[in-house]
Design a protein around this ligand. Structure first.
Ligand code: SF4
Ligand code: SF4
Length: 237
């Protein structure tokens, strides 16, 4: 009995020492500012991550030009993030005329990426979701550009905000090109950024209403009584 008691104390002390040794190791590393990948705490966003795991699901990216509008992602998504429309191109191939992902709903499960047959969808390691930049939520970005892999610093955010609020005709060619590289003026292949929603609130409400109406129409179609096969046979001469 007493041996068990001594053994328990011994195990408790060794576990405590092992834990404290690990803590001390990271503490000294951080004091020397040599944390890098092993740092436990970083003062985000002032200290952005230096190393992000390859398998991290930072942001969902859509290279919409590769999309064949098969709706596989739409069906796989558990929270109904996608809104898409298709059109035929000059070669009669189906392509996305509109492809929106509502990041405010996305739970980054990655199911859509797994089912996409053309690798149009993928996850990046980019994860900048700075809540202090809440106003950025209303900007819509081109998804086929590496925009989300860039860090937007304060001056760029200010420029983006100013240009986006200026009538397009009043912009210089340089400003227009800069803006077009980030925001799609045609409203195609867009996505909300920073998880704060996509489109303006009015556009989002309209997209949600459209989706709901489609769902209801589909449900109503399913609940319609099917014609009795017996009746058909009777009609035959
Ligand atoms: S990662 Fe987001 S968009 Fe894709 S299936 Fe999951 S919730 Fe839907
Ligand atoms: S699964 Fe891929 S190809 Fe199909 S609609 Fe979605 S993004 Fe486009």
């Amino acid at each position: 009995m007493i041996l068990v008691w001594i053994n328990d104390i011994y195990e408790g002390v060794t576990t405590f020492v092992t834990g404290m040794r690990t803590t001390a190791h990271y503490f000294v590393e951080n004091l020397r500012d040599r944390g890098g990948a092993t740092a436990v705490t970083r003062e985000y966003p002032e200290q952005p991550a230096e190393v992000v795991g390859e398998r991290s699901r930072g942001h969902l990216v859509n290279d919409a030009d590769r999309c064949i509008v098969c709706h596989a992602c739409d069906k796989a998504c558990p929270v109904d993030c996608f809104t898409m429309d298709g059109e035929r191109d000059a070669n009669n191939k189906l392509r996305a005329s509109r492809f929106d992902i509502d990041l405010s709903k996305c739970i980054y499960c990655g199911l859509c990426v797994r089912v996409c047959p053309t690798d149009s969808l993928s996850m990046t390691t980019s994860f900048e979701v700075d809540p202090h930049q809440a106003e950025l939520g209303r900007f819509l970005f081109r998804r086929s550009t590496p925009q989300l892999d860039q860090r937007l610093d304060a001056p760029e955010i200010e420029r983006l905000r100013a240009l986006a609020n200026t009538p397009r005709e009043a912009l210089s060619t340089v400003d227009r090109d800069w803006l077009d590289a980030r925001i799609d003026p045609m409203g195609r292949h867009l996505i909300g950024v920073f998880g704060l929603g996509y489109f303006t609130p009015e556009q989002k409400a309209a997209a949600d209403a459209e989706r709901e109406a489609k769902k209801k129409a589909k449900a109503a179609q399913k609940s319609e009584p099917r014609p009795d096969p017996g009746e058909k046979q009777e009609q035959k001469p």
